[in-house]
Design a protein around this ligand. Structure first.
Ligand code: ADP
Ligand code: MG
Length: 701
């Protein structure tokens, strides 16, 4: 019965599943149909391919399997109740099987002098014994499908309480294969099966439940993981293709006067190889007829801003406007100041629009925008508001993507008659595997090189008890003319407490670093934006040497003279945040330092985070560790993306399979974008079914 509707057969049709069991399977495990059941995979396996002899047993054996007979049964009285003891014998010796419960039933069902296969944990106390063994007659065991590696299925307390044990699930799976003949519709085409030497669908499903040995299990897992990732990639990539096909982009055909003049006369340094590479990628996109949707990844300090600016100049040269949107007021302000400076000798209109832009100024901006006199608008979310109308927006750049929701990204799409080109910049290096899945619909550029002459930041971990030494070090640095950051955590649930920590910290720093010798700035979330900006500006100008702050300074702030970053209660920060904060220093020519302050009591995860920070400056490596520590679930953006509903593949562990899957998905679509070819009819069929379900499509972009 190799038809497709086998999958939809309600599980109640299966022998051994009555209405009660069907309800439980449905509510506890989401198993409603044959398809659900066969796709309910074991999460581990117990190796039952090996048989031990009694003489071989070791005191530290975990679970073992033996073959032998029961030669004697007795009930032994103990202080606390009775126990049932069977003497079990094989050709090498004897041991005891012991039961503390269920005597009556067990005594009746046990047969003397029949050959059993027994399985369980052995104990040693004046000889070996096995409490409550799993037992089967040898001939039954030989017929069982799970006598090689026994599958263990995820379960719930409710299921075990209602008697739906692992054995029962195994029986149901076995029954399913018997009833259906175990033949399932193939879901990959023969090109893929042959080229990658994959097991068929039928065989891999059978072997995932009933593998004879680890080698065949590995092949079954590979096939199923590949398939899962392949179809995710197929969806993402084909969405990308459709978008490029359907959504015409504004073609920026020429490299004009502004770009050339900037490049030749005003660029304050020469671009790194990586910056040139990504600029070329962006230029190719902008010059094509398709709309660009590109993610630009680059570690903190890698120089994304200049890439953004030069892309905007391309837009202006082709008669379009551009905008740059940042997640915070401080960052928008800083971008604006920086860009204005870079453009100071050029004739380009650039303005800043944020929540605190006065109305009078706002009106002028609105007018200049719609007349086209304004070329570049820098700002915060305020730029996204409906009343902000461009004359001809051609390129929208979003900085620090992870602070932005998908909905906001899509708002930009509607700022012109057809969507402008979109460049999303992020300094949170997302591991490539995850980026490929999360942003499979975006093209990805990576700046993987820092500007020359940067000294790697020295990072150390210090305990609170060493604070005085740390303060002394700060004084030395300040005496050399440097500036320092001292950052306190701000986590919303305990905002009050954090605020108190911050203020206590500030007070003690004021005592340690008295005026007028030292000037201190403080910036935190409870301040008015204007006050924040004022304090920030003082620090940027070098009027203050110490910046005490909460994580508001995390994103993008650029003060090259700052050489020390102290992170208080560093154990309360996640790895990517620590890395972001550290990126605030090391922007100038001087040696910079990051000091992670913690208490003595640290969890294992916190220790790993501190060690990782001390060991490496590489954002991508840090992101990989972060992903391993937290799992993809906690990473920004993954919650809504649907990549977590993977059944068998694991984005962290199955990196290589993911790459293969992506490669083949591209290969298939390059040859046959609409999956119209006869040989791809199977893929088309699966694809269509996936499209009917709610999936990643609804969430991304
Ligand atoms: P980020 O990628 O974190 O946004 P920025 O664009 O703020 O980094 O750049 C960090 C610093 O490096 C800035 O001061 C910038 O002027 C400088 N910079 C950028 N590119 C280069 C380069 N090719 N050579 C030298 N300095 C550069
Ligand atoms: Mg930046």
């Amino acid at each position: 019965m190799a038809s497709s509707n086998i999958w939809q057969t309600p599980v109640t049709y299966l022998k051994g599943v009555g209405p009660n069991r069907a309800d439980l399977l449905g509510s506890e495990l989401g198993i409603h149909t044959y398809g659900d059941l066969v796709n309910f995979f074991p999460h581990r396996y117990i190796d039952r391919s090996r048989y031990y002899k009694i003489a071989e047993l070791q005191r530290n054996n975990a679970e073992v399997q033996l073959v032998g007979k029961i030669v004697h049964l007795k009930t032994v009285e103990q202080k606390r109740g009775k126990r049932l003891v069977a003497i079990f014998r094989d050709e090498t010796g004897e041991m005891e099987l012991v039961w503390f419960r269920g005597h009556k039933w067990i005594r009746e069902s046990l047969r003397l002098n029949r050959t059993y296969v027994i399985f369980g944990k052995v104990n040693w106390y004046n000889g070996f014994s096995m409490p409550h063994p799993e037992m089967e007659f040898l001939e039954d065991h030989q017929k069982s499908l799970s006598n090689g590696m026994q599958p263990v299925y995820p379960s719930t307390e409710k299921l075990s309480n209602k008697g739906i044990t692992n054995r029962v699930i195994i029986k149901l799976q076995q029954q399913l294969f018997t009833e259906t003949g175990g033949r399932f519709q193939e879901t990959l085409n023969s090109d893929l099966l042959n080229e990658l030497k994959l097991l068929s669908k039928t065989e891999s499903l059978f072997k995932i439940h009933f593998p004879k040995d680890p080698a065949i299990l590995a092949r079954a897992q590979y096939r199923l993981k590949f398939e899962e990732l392949f179809f995710v990639q197929l969806q993402l990539i084909s969405k990308n293709i459709i978008r490029k096909h359907k959504i015409k982009g504004f073609p920026f055909e020429k490299v004009g006067e502004n770009f050339t003049s900037f490049y030749e006369n005003h660029l304050p340094f020469s671009l790194t190889g990586a910056q040139k590479k990504v600029l070329k990628e962006i230029r190719n996109d902008l010059g094509s007829n398709a709309q660009m949707n590109r993610l630009l990844q680059g570690d903190v300090g890698s120089g994304k801003t200049i890439v953004a600016l030069m892309s905007m100049l391309l837009a202006i040269d082709n008669g379009y406007q551009a905008c740059l949107v940042a997640p915070t007021e401080i960052l928008a302000q800083q971008h604006f100041t920086g860009l204005q400076e870079l453009l100071s000798e050029m004739n380009i209109g650039i303005r800043l629009l944020t929540g605190s832009t006065p109305n009078s100024e706002r009106r002028v901006i609105h007018e200049d925008l719609s007349s086209g006199d304004l070329h570049i608008l820098v700002g915060t979310h305020a730029v996204l508001e409906d009343k902000v109308i461009f004359n001809n927006l051609g390129l929208a750049i979003i900085d620090e993507q992870h602070r932005f929701g998908v909905a906001q990204r899509s708002k930009l799409w509607h700022k012109n008659v057809s969507p402008p080109h979109i460049l999303v910049m992020t300094a949170t290096p997302i591991p490539r595997t995850l980026a490929m899945s999360l942003y499979g619909d975006l093209d990805i550029s990576v700046i993987d090189e820092l500007p020359p002459g940067r000294k790697p930041i020295k990072t150390v971990h210090r305990f609170d008890t060493n604070r005085l030494k740390v303060f002394r070090f700060l004084k030395d640095e300040i005496a050399l003319g440097r500036q320092v950051y001292i950052v306190y955590p701000l986590i919303e649930e305990s905002e009050k407490l954090d605020y108190k920590d911050l203020m206590d910290g500030y007070a003690s720093i004021e005592r340690e670093f008295p005026k007028p010798q030292y000037q201190i700035s403080i910036v935190h979330g409870k301040m008015k934006p204007a006050d924040k900006d004022y304090e920030m500006a003082r620090f940027v100008k070098g009027e203050t040497q110490i910046m005490v702050a909460t994580t508001v300074i995390e994103v993008g702030v650029n003060v090259p003279n700052a050489s020390v970053m102290i992170i208080e209660s560093a154990e309360r920060f996640g790895l990517s945040q620590l890395h972001q904060l550290r990126g605030r220093v090391g922007r100038g020519a001087e040696q910079s330092y990051c000091i992670l302050m913690t208490g003595h009591k640290l969890s294992d995860d916190s220790k790993t985070r501190m060690e990782t920070m001390v060991r490496t400056n590489d954002g991508f490596e840090i992101a990989e560790v972060d992903l391993k520590l937290r799992g993809p679930g906690d990473l920004m953006g993954t919650q809504q993306s649907g990549v977590l509903s993977l059944k068998i593949a694991d984005l962290v562990k199955d990196n290589e399979i993911l790459k293969t899957a992506r490669y083949y998905a591209m290969k298939v679509l390059r040859e046959d974008p609409g999956l119209q070819m006869e040989k791809n009819s199977v893929l088309r069929w699966v694809y269509a079914r996936l499209m009917k379900k709610k999936n990643i499509w609804n969430y991304i972009s």
